[in-house]
Design a protein. Structure first.
Length: 136
């Protein structure tokens, strides 16, 4: 199974490692499922983590990117979408399509309202964890 995490999932995973998102990231790092990311998602994530709200240092940002790249599949979407009004959310869907993902994992209500897109499920972190109860 292949999953694309929305930026908000990564932010939660790195800002609060003991959160549900942190657990989901740990499952991906253990190879329980394939995690797919795009350069656009990584750029948005690093920008958010660098924001004073989270205050990640340059070293912490580099560590976050390295940790993701160590096991995630990086895809370069060729398709450009304009499905939802928040442009970064379209980058998530583009990545999912390019990856042939099973689902997008997000906390974003606009994406969750879609429920699925072109056969790709859209679920919460809790839904994802429920999918792998034996791995928790």
């Amino acid at each position: 199974m292949r999953f694309v995490f929305d930026t908000n999932v990564y932010v939660s995973a790195f800002a609060i490692p003991d959160s549900k998102a942190g657990l989901a990231f740990a499952l991906a790092s253990r190879g329980v499922f394939d995690l797919v990311v795009s350069p656009e998602i990584l750029a948005e994530l690093l920008g958010k983590l660098a924001d004073p709200k989270f205050g990640f240092s340059r070293a912490e940002l580099e560590d976050a990117e390295r940790r993701i790249r160590n096991f995630a599949v990086v895809v370069e979407p060729e398709l450009r979408l304009s499905i939802v009004t928040d442009e970064p959310d379209n980058r998530i869907l583009e990545c999912a399509i390019a990856a042939g993902a099973s689902a997008v994992v997000t906390g974003d209500r606009h994406l969750l309202a879609l429920k699925s897109y072109q056969g790709i499920g859209i679920m919460t972190v809790s839904d994802l964890l429920y999918t792998f109860p034996e791995m928790l």
